[in-house]
Design a protein around this ligand. Sequence first.
Ligand SMILES: *Cc1c(COP(=O)(O)O)cnc(C)c1O
Length: 351
Amino acid sequence: MSTDRAWLKQALACLAQEAARSADTHLLRLDLPAFPGIRFYFKDEAAHPTGSLKHRLARSLYLYALCNGRLRAGQGVIDASSGSTAISEAWFARLLGLRFQAVMPDCTAPAKVRLIHSLGAECVLLPPGLDASEVARDRATAEGLCYLDQFGLAERATDWRGNNNIAESILAQMALEPDPEPAWVVCGAGTGGTSATLGRYLRYRRLDSRVCVAEPTGGAFAEGWRTRDPKAVASQRTLVEGIGRSHAEPGFLYDVVDAVEEVDDADSIAACWWLEGALGRRYGGSSGTNLVACLRLAAGMRERGERGAIVSLLCDRGERYAETLFDAGWLARQGIGLAAAQTALLARLAS
Ligand SMILES: *Cc1c(COP(=O)(O)O)cnc(C)c1O
């Protein structure tokens, strides 16, 4: 028992040290002259050491597992992921000296799989039709592993009242801006953890800011938000990784989300290509989905003569999709033509 507690203390100290070494991510401003009086801000979550917003979640999931007595010295760790979380979890596993297995769909971007391997972790790639969460849970039981369960626990593992969660960080960074209270905060929904934290925290701080989920067209969050059906499923698949779940996840808290914007994949991809030119860096598909939703909300505000700030997220590094979303040949093989979407995006930015 006492050796277990000694290891636990050491593991928690290791995570506290990692947090102390880490800086906050930048809140970048984007000026879009087509929308006078509306200011756009994007939080660069790709800047985390593991390249995505899942760095925050992975740290929280390990802390949650450790403090709940579910993760012990020498125990292996497993989780289901579309890749970003697995990269962050593998990185923290290496930091803590633990073995890690990632259960992912076999269509996951190859660069993500290579990154997980290079962190010393194992990948279990599943053909379509198999549920990664179920496989991860079964393996955890069979092999005595700790199941981090991002989809089950994301909404709970994050301290929604503060402790430098993403919402608290955004509001602190907005404090000196002309509109410190954003009109909208826009994010995607994978685990639903980010939208839950934002929605709860904005209420807790007694602000009027609203939360919009940017969702691939036909995704399960959009369907569940409309119907409040806990068994909601997607009517369409998406090429955008990290969001657009096939079924409603336990962390989808529809009641704190004020709007859902559904975005076609071609529009998301055209937008993430455009972001590279605007920001000088590549970001993943879900960052493009966010941008399209921001532009739609801004167009509505402009029409009504409203001014204010719209805040969103750059969720992960675009380099991970060099062989997929940023490869014109790959896109053509998926039946995605970007030309029309690019023209529509430029028209929206010009009007
Ligand atoms: C997980 C993820 C999201 C969505 O965030 P959640 O907090 O899980 O809902 C968006 N984009 C990317 C790239 C992700 O990995």
